[in-house]
Design a protein around this ligand. Structure first.
Ligand SMILES: Cc1cc2nc3c(=O)[nH]c(=O)nc-3n(C[C@H](O)[C@H](O)[C@H](O)COP(=O)(O)OP(=O)(O)OC[C@H]3O[C@@H](n4cnc5c(N)ncnc54)[C@H](O)[C@@H]3O)c2cc1C
Length: 304
């Protein structure tokens, strides 16, 4: 089921047709407050009243022209402006392919730099499929030379990630650690959940230790896996890393109770809200993470 859903996430035929079906669109309400920026902003305000920050991402991936990268750039610049006027603790998380990476690293790099220059807050870079890792690291390093308010996502399912993380530590980076959401060959990614989880904890330890030694700006543990969360909290206590020195991040609509529990117990929590109309590949990846979610889509079909 997982493989089929990840295959569907990259299929242009399905991406064109399925989103037009009302029941599929209705099912997305589980994972996003709405397609519009206004709905995302309103939800960010709601989360702020519950003591949680927001990370916002405009859905969409590879582009057909450089002009589309400028549309994305303008959208994010507008969002940052609105958030600053509303006084919200809101950061953005961008995909470099959405900023034009397929037209050359310098295309995405230039637009990323413009985003970083326009805000005092951190601009996060999503990590996409493994083909993009080298170039994403290159763009991150280049922009960090002039703008240090950048954060980077790393994936624990990739075998290479420990080396990548070690090589980034001299930059005093902000790192968001996730398990990884794409379909990858076993040569590059651990095929077993147990291996991905073990690697996740190993990498979390490196992040926390680096934070303790002053070599990590912001370590972010981005998972809904309560076993990972508990283990990282135990690890932090054991290493003497304070609650303010690391953060948790989760996706809107997933493990809400855990989000509130962590925020209420004094942890820093940020919720990632996605918005925009190009939600198909992203939505398929959410279904693949938990095929039980497919029942939710099926229920919408029966209702309609
Ligand atoms: C803030 C944030 C940013 C992310 N950025 C990226 C990125 O840039 N690149 C990237 O490749 N991936 C990214 N991801 C996705 C990530 O790689 C995982 O695919 C996703 O978080 C699911 O893995 P998990 O850590 O929650 O653990 P899992 O072991 O997959 O899940 C643990 C438990 O969490 C719950 N759960 C997890 N996913 C779902 C779901 N979809 N629906 C319902 N319940 C669920 C279930 O209870 C499940 O048992 C991001 C995730 C987060 C939270």
């Amino acid at each position: 089921m997982r493989k089929a859903l990840l295959w569907a996430s990259t299929n242009p035929f399905l991406a064109e047709r399925l989103p037009r079906m009302g029941f599929v669109k209705r099912a997305t309400s589980r994972f996003m407050p709405g397609e519009s920026w206004e709905e995302a902003l309103t939800e960010a305000g709601e989360l702020a009243t519950k003591g949680m920050g927001t990370l916002v991402t405009l859905l969409g991936e590879n582009l057909n022209s450089i002009d589309q990268a400028d549309v994305v750039l303008d959208e994010y610049l507008g969002a940052l402006q609105d958030a600053s006027e509303a006084g919200l603790d809101l950061e953005i998380s961008v995909k470099l392919t959405q900023l034009g990476l397929d037209f050359g690293p310098e295309v995405a790099q230039e637009r990323l730099r413009r985003l970083a220059e326009s805000t005092p807050f951190l601009v996060w870079i999503d990590m996409e499929s493994s083909d993009y890792v080298d170039v994403t690291l290159e763009v991150f390093r280049n922009v960090m030379l002039t703008n240090t308010n950048l954060g980077l996502c790393l994936q624990s399912y990739l075998r290479r990630t420990e080396n990548d993380l070690e090589s980034l530590l001299p930059l005093d980076p902000s790192i968001r650690l996730v398990k990884g959401a794409y379909r990858e060959p076993k040569e590059v990614a651990y095929p077993l959940k147990r291996q991905v989880d073990e690697h996740y904890l190993q990498l979390s330890r490196i992040l926390l230790k680096a934070r303790l030694n002053g070599g990590m700006a912001r370590p972010v543990i981005a998972t809904h896996d309560t076993r990972m969360i508990e283990s990282v909290n135990r690890m932090a206590v054991e290493l003497g890393v304070g609650k303010d020195d690391y953060e948790f991040a989760m996706l809107y609509g997933i493990e809400r109770r855990e989000q509130h529990r962590l925020a209420n117990s004094g942890h820093v929590v940020r919720v990632l809200i996605s918005y925009g109309s190009s939600w198909f590949p992203w939505y398929m990846r959410r279904l693949a993470e938990r095929p039980a979610n497919v029942w939710f889509v099926a229920k919408q079909l029966f209702r309609s």
